[in-house]
Write a protein that binds this ligand. Structure first.
Ligand code: ADP
Ligand code: MG
Length: 685
């Protein structure tokens, strides 16, 4: 149950003074449904005003506050022309107050002829006249004079800044005094203010550092929730997996494992042999051989009489993993199946039955494999491949699928900076494959202007005629899958004029079987130039394809480019990646492409990407600004999440957990930020 002390904050904004039905929509659009949301509706900027005794053309361009006597009203004559209301200062200088549209009638009432008013607004020059269009404040004698400094709030049609300010002020009056949840040492070291004071000052003063404490609160609630979920899952225990090696021993591998693969496999084996469910992040650059590591772990589970599941982010990848594993497992007494959203009817039923009765040992698929209807006889290990959005709530869901809580291995080639990994997964163990299989030559990256496309196509022709294959990735068009598709199809048509039916095209709009057919034909070298949208971003493995062209590369994220580039360089010969840039790009875009040319170091690229694009986008939600956090900016996530994580650990391990005094305060923070998963663990005990 939500602590009572938070009730005033969770009052609906509709219950505030002066909020009629007209405001409901704009408030809703801005996500301001509760008093809490208003208190956290931070200014987007500030208006500074100059209080002047007299009108002066030298102040044009400034926001001024001035006292005037209203001298006349001039209506515009027709509906579109503005109403001009003249006022004059103590020395008889005039200013024209200009009102358009429906505001005019209201303005006449506010500014009766002969009365004195204090008004504020931006002074402009209009011909010979001074004017102020739509003054932002009109104040009669006796009322408070407009502030010298005023916050400018994010607004939506129907909500004016004045009204937003009033509502925020009402919300701030209702703030309860909450006990402090931040660890005292840290609190003192940072010199932060208490919660209520910090929140109020954000609306009173332009000082970005005031927001740090508030961002920290959100990060702390997030980290606490993650730890609580982890603790709850630990309590429920997993099943220790100690295989006898009989299956792993039979595996026919065409190569020896790299040292890094062996090390990582033993780290994983050490984890899953424990009753505490594993929670491990496996990072390894594209092509470093993560699949083999996953396969070893899955086989261990099967040796121990349990089932394993491998989750891929897309249909294509799921099917490709399935085909690969099937090949590698040929001859072993193992039953492996695939399940995606596309599988329906009988086939699906029979897979579901096999999972429930345990006759299927390993399941590969998309998120469908963890859906409600899928029950496992004894799921012991889940491997998540390239899926950034597998957060806390998915983990709780997964925990219901196993015999005990399944061990969890998350694999990623986009090296997630630690700050981001903490935000997305909480404090998990990390293994790293920091060594490439032998015999790989790093991909050579070139940047080329779109203007040289003709030469580029000649280069592709030479490449194809030497018997090799290539990818051609088409521009990513923001916000429209449809135009992505059009771009890819158009490019494919153009390339077909030159290369005929060597050209194939693949994109996200194609039906599953159609995509599979295209991929199969390309893998079998029946087609040689694969024109694609970013659906090939991860995983697709065709070693003979040693050239990749990426059009409009400047529109891609760096981590995404790095992923794409990883599709080539899988065979033994020198591969090339050509980043085609738009003819006119800015400094930053240039620098980013240069970085891609200089380095193959996924970590450096990821850090750079985080700086430029932000957490939401890197976590896979794509829209920038769609961060998992409402208060904390990307920068604050980077700077503060480590401390928040450590603080949450201190609270639970040293300071008596949630039952101590600080714990009671921390519970409040969890509810304040509605960290549902964490809150759910509080409820369940
Ligand atoms: P990723 O880490 O990107 O998922 P994969 O698991 O797809 O990489 O492996 C990339 C390629 O490297 C595959 O063709 C795989 O068979 C091969 N591979 C994996 N491990 C080794 C190894 N130790 N030696 C040689 N080739 C390997
Ligand atoms: Mg992979």
């Amino acid at each position: 149950m939500r602590p009572d002390i938070l009730n005033p904050l969770f009052t609906e904004t509709g219950a505030l003074k002066g909020v009629g039905p007209g405001l409901a929509k704009p408030l809703d659009r801005l996500g301001l449904t509760r008093v809490r949301d208003l208190a956290y509706h931070f200014p987007a900027g500030w208006t500074y005003r100059k209080q002047v005794p007299l009108l002066d053309a030298a102040d044009v361009g400034q926001n001024i506050i001035v006292r005037l006597v209203i001298v006349d009203h001039k209506s515009g004559g027709n509906a579109r022309a503005p109403t001009r209301i003249h006022g004059c200062d103590a020395e008889g200088n005039y200013v024209s107050l200009v009102f358009f549209g429906r505001n005019a009638g209201w303005a006449r009432k506010q500014l009766p002829i002969g009365e004195e008013r204090t008004i504020s607004g931006k002074l402009e020059q209009y011909g010979q006249e001074l004017q102020i269009i739509h003054p932002d404040h009109i104040v009669a004698g006796g009322e408070a004079v407009p502030a010298i400094m005023e916050p400018v709030y994010p607004l939506s049609e129907g909500l004016t800044n004045n009204r937003a300010g009033q509502l925020v002020a009402q919300a701030l009056e209702k703030l309860p005094d909450l006990p402090e949840w931040i660890e005292p040492g840290l609190f003192a070291q940072k010199g932060w203010k208490g919660w209520r004071e910090a929140l109020a000052s954000v609306h009173r003063k332009e000082d970005a550092s005031l927001q740090d404490r508030l961002a920290y609160d959100e990060l702390f609630a997030n980290q606490l929730a993650m730890r609580l979920v982890r603790a709850a899952l630990d309590k429920r225990r997993g099943t220790p997996i100690t295989g006898d090696g009989r299956l792993v021993g039979q595996l026919q591998m065409p190569f020896a494992l790299t040292g890094a693969q062996r090390r990582v496999i033993s780290e994983i084996e050490g984890d899953i042999a424990q009753p505490r469910p594993m929670l491990r992040l496996l990072q390894g650059d594209v092509g470093s051989g993560k699949t083999m590591v996953a396969l070893h772990a899955l086989l261990r589970a099967v040796e121990a009489g349990l089932q394993g599941a491998l989750l891929a982010p897309t249909e294509i990848l799921a099917r490709q993993h399935f085909a690969n594993l099937q090949k590698m497992l040929a001859g072993l007494p193992i039953n492996i199946a695939v399940l995606t959203g596309r599988d329906k009817g009988r086939a699906r039923e029979s897979t579901l039955m096999g999972l429930a009765d345990g006759s299927i040992h390993i399941l590969v698929g998309t998120h469908a494999i963890f859906q409600e209807a899928v029950t496992y006889k004894a799921l012991g290990l889940a491997v998540i491949d390239e899926q950034h959005r597998f957060g806390v709530s998915q983990r709780l869901m997964l925990s219901k699928k196993g015999r005990g809580v399944p061990h969890l291995l998350v694999m990623t080639a986009t090296p997630i900076p630690r700050s981001l990994a903490l935000a997305a997964y909480g404090d998990m163990d990390v293994s790293q494959i920091d060594e490439m299989p032998p015999g790989r030559t790093p991909v050579e990256t070139l940047v080329m202007s779109q203007e040289r496309l003709g030469e580029l196509v000649d280069g592709v022709a030479r490449h194809l005629s030497s018997g090799k294959q290539a990818f051609w990735v088409c521009p990513l068009v923001e916000e429209s899958e449809h135009s992505d598709l059009a771009a890819a199809e158009q490019r494919a048509a153009e390339l077909r004029l030159r290369f005929g039916d060597q050209v194939a095209v693949i994109h996200g709009r194609m039906k599953g079987p159609e995509k599979d057919a295209v991929m199969e034909a390309f893998a079998a070298a029946k087609t040689r130039l694969l024109v694609a949208t970013t659906v090939i971003e991860v995983g697709v493995d065709v070693p003979n394809a040693s050239l990749m062209v990426v059009e409009a590369a400047d529109r891609f994220g760096l981590a995404q480019l790095h992923q794409l580039r990883g599709r080539v360089g899988r065979g033994s010969e020198q591969s090339r990646c050509i980043l085609v840039r738009s003819p006119h790009i800015g400094e930053t875009a240039r620098a980013r492409l240069a970085l891609m040319r200089e380095t193959n170091d996924g970590f450096r690229i990821a850090e750079e990407d985080l700086k430029l694009r932000g957490a939401g986008e890197m976590l896979g939600t794509r829209q920038s600004g769609d961060s998992p956090f409402r208060v904390a900016t990307n920068e604050q996530v980077r700077e503060l999440i480590g401390a928040a994580s450590a603080d949450a650990r201190l609270l639970l391990d040293r300071d008596g957990g949630l039952d101590g005094a600080r714990g009671a305060a921390a519970r409040i923070a969890l509810y304040l930020f509605e960290r549902d998963a964490g809150v759910a663990t509080l409820r369940s005990g």
